[in-house]
Ligand binder design. Structure first.
Ligand code: F0G
Length: 461
């Protein structure tokens, strides 16, 4: 991809949703009322919402059309069979189990396989997979390569697992201690970076050697497959569908949040080969999510997912999608904004501690930048840094911060236009001019878990 190629939308707009730009005075008041927590800002008061790419996609006319045909039968609905057939075709596993979103799929899977003290390696666990493992007393182990933590490394597959460390880990623990291995594509907690086919193959080989199943956390599998096509030798002439099928052929199953690459607002699934495990998951599904042919979703949701998956692997769409994120990254670089390199498939991650280098980590530069960006331009983005992952070491009493202090600008799919991207870059340009005046933050209230959702902050004057 040329550095700043204009992303060309392979669609035109048929329905629009009004957004309103608030005044700076209004935003000041909203921030105060929200306790300087961007999660507490009403979405209507946000002009451009980059909080997440999850469940925020614009659906196509085709998706809406299929929704009308939704079969709402309790059991054996036509919509389920279309959903199942699409997933079997794209993923290639044997069984398909619908769930209401990704974390429900994770809960079912980990409930079935994780026991106290068991280990689940991943490149980097997303927070819901980690939480679903830890809540059952399991240990979530991150084994991404070192370059995942180096925002300046130009490597093209920074989502790769460190196969040396994986092999060592499995040799030491063995099958008894490791019920399964996961790979997250793309690696959301590590800059949205892709995993190469070579790495997937190598991980698969090691897992097979030790007799341990390999599962994908497949939320953004289509973006990952597109990166393989663009970057890995031997894949230029393969279709994204073929690449996805090959990726999955090295694994035993996948969990998926359809809210990402399936272009819907709600939904998820588990797909896998093992008959016994599938039967067990279905029993658990019936207890908590619903009958196996709807799993907590309406028939119309299943239709939207089936159609969304087909659109999500279309190459003109993916070229635009990944191109749009890349274009935003290039605009920000032109304004001198330090970002995690190369940009991810679904988001640009700003290196907040470098941008606000006058602030100490204890002053939460990522959070301060999220507040400043909203105040400046009504744009909402998500801190992935000291507030989200910082914790106090119980022995030393010192705060321990994550290695990267990021502000994630996640781009919803098919939602924002080129001018919106320029507006975001302009907002950063104005912030860059006055960044020394951006104040650090202090926590005034925090919950014991997942504190970023409800934390209350104030600015340090
Ligand atoms: N796995 C990954 C890699 C994710 O990014 C997410 C969600 C999930 C699992 C859970 O899926 O939300 O459908 O239950 N990520 C969203 C985000 C929330 O903003 O990155 P879910």
């Amino acid at each position: 991809m040329s550095p700043k190629k204009m992303p060309l939308e392979p669609f035109k707009i048929k329905a629009v949703e009004k957004v309103k730009l608030t005044t700076r005075e209004e935003r000041e008041k909203i921030l105060q009322e929200a306790g300087y927590n961007i999660f507490a800002v009403p979405a209507e008061k946000v002009f451009i919402d980059l909080l997440t790419d999850s469940g925020t996609a614009a659906m196509s006319d085709q998706q809406w059309a299929w929704m009308i045909t939704g079969d709402e039968a309790y059991s054996g609905s036509r919509s389920y069979f279309r959903f199942e057939a699409t997933i079997l075709e794209i993923f290639g596993f044997k069984h398909v189990i619908p769930t209401h979103q990704g974390r429900a799929a994770e809960r079912l899977l980990f409930e079935a396989v994780v026991r106290e003290g068991k280990h689940i390696p991943n490149n980097i666990h997303f927070d819901t997979t980690r939480a679903n493992i830890e809540v059952r007393g399991g240990v979530a182990v991150d084994l991404a390569g070192e370059e995942a933590y180096d925002p300046d490394s130009p490597a093209l597959f920074k989502g790769n697992m460190d196969v040396g460390r994986l092999e060592e880990f499995l040799r030491e623990k063995g099958k008894e201690e490791v019920p399964l291995v996961m790979i997250t594509v793309t690696n959301n907690s590590g800059g949205g970076q892709p995993v190469s086919m070579a790495n997937i193959k190598a991980v698969s080989k090691i897992c097979r050697k030790y007799g341990i199943p390999l599962f994908f956390d497949a939320c953004r599998f289509a973006e990952n497959a597109y990166f393989i096509q663009q970057r890995e030798s031997g894949y230029q002439h393969k279709s994204v569908r073929e690449i996805a099928r090959e990726m999955f052929s090295y694994a035993d199953g996948a969990t998926m949040s359809a809210k990402k690459d399936a272009l819907v607002n709600i939904g998820g699934f588990i797909t896998l080969n093992d008959d016994d495990l599938a039967a067990e998951l279905i029993n658990r599904l019936i207890i908590s999510e619903g009958f196996p042919t709807y799993g907590g979703l309406a028939g119309r949701d299943l239709e939207a997912i089936a159609q969304g998956l087909r659109e999500g692997v279309e190459e003109d769409y993916l070229e635009y999608r990944v191109g749009q994120v890349n274009y935003l990254a290039e605009l920000l670089k032109e304004e001198g904004v330090p970002i995690y390199q190369p940009p991810g498939g679904h988001a640009v991650y700003v290196l907040a501690d470098r941008f606000l280098s006058h602030l100490r980590r204890e002053e939460y530069p990522g959070w301060a930048l999220s507040v400043a960006l909203y105040r400046e331009a009504g744009i909402r983005a998500c801190e992935i840094g000291g507030v989200m992952f910082g914790r106090r070491d119980e022995e030393t009493g010192q705060m321990v911060f994550p290695r990267l202090e990021l502000l994630r600008l996640a781009v919803p799919r098919r939602v924002y236009t080129l001018s919106h991207l320029h507006y975001i870059a302009e907002a950063f340009a104005s912030l860059a001019e006055k960044k020394e005046s951006i104040k650090g933050m202090r926590i005034v209230y925090q919950a014991p878990y997942l504190r970023h959702f409800t934390v209350k902050m104030e600015e340090i004057s």
